[in-house]
Write a protein that binds this ligand. Structure first.
Ligand code: SF4
Length: 212
């Protein structure tokens, strides 16, 4: 079976997952994009389920605006990058407002999907978006100490680079004021120069992936 077929089968299994009874859902996950770039969001918001794809609402608009400065549009990005998340279901609203942060057991339950994706794709670059995703891979620290750098990580036995980005939520002020403005620009520059990123911009990528 080809890698594309394995991923397609995997995505079908993820979409049928009902492991977490406390999640609102539905399951939202990536297209089966064969890629050396593995993006990791936190969890879908209340609107993503309608569209059936991650980052399909306002935060996504900001995220894809950032990526457009690196020469890649939304449709190309979605077809060339595997867009994972710490949890693949909308967790519901928190009592104090905002989206509920997934519980530890929910993160643990969903990490089985992440493990399989990393084993299949063997990414050269992981791009975690927002604190929950960043702390899935790196020790907790102020965002200013983590963003704007390339980290080396080993996850599920696979070693690769990791370039974190802040969450593009409109409710976040971190990336709108210094040092967030400058650190975001630094992180985007690092992304644009990374060999795995250069690969997703390769015009012959689809042809090569069809052969895998
Ligand atoms: S959060 Fe993940 S493990 Fe839990 S039900 Fe959704 S897809 Fe399954």
């Amino acid at each position: 079976m080809s890698l594309r077929n394995d991923l397609t089968h995997h995505v079908t299994e993820v979409l049928a997952c009902r492991k977490c009874t406390g999640m609102i859902g539905p399951v939202v996950t990536s297209r089966p994009s064969v890629s050396k770039v593995y993006l990791v969001g936190q969890a879908p918001g209340p609107h993503e389920g309608k569209f059936g794809q991650p980052f399909a609402w306002t935060a996504g608009k900001t995220l894809f605006k950032w990526f457009s400065t690196l020469g890649i549009d939304e449709e190309t990005f979605r077809s060339r990058v595997f867009m994972a998340a710490v949890c693949r279901c909308f967790p519901g609203k928190a009592p104090g407002g905002g989206d509920r942060v997934p519980a530890r057991d929910e993160v643990e339950a969903c990490s089985g999907w992440m493990r399989r994706e990393i084993e299949l794709l063997k990414p050269g670059l992981i791009v975690p978006i927002g604190r929950l995703a960043i702390e899935r891979f790196l020790e907790p620290a102020p965002l200013a100490d983590l963003i704007g750098k390339t980290h080396r990580t080993s996850t599920f036995g696979h070693a690769c680079d990791l370039i974190p980005l802040p969450h593009p939520s409109g409710a976040s002020t971190w990336y709108k004021v210094e040092p967030g403005i400058s650190l975001l620009q630094k992180a985007l520059k690092l992304l644009g120069r990374h060999p795995a990123w250069a690969e997703i911009r390769n015009p012959n990528l689809e042809i090569r992936n069809k052969l895998q």
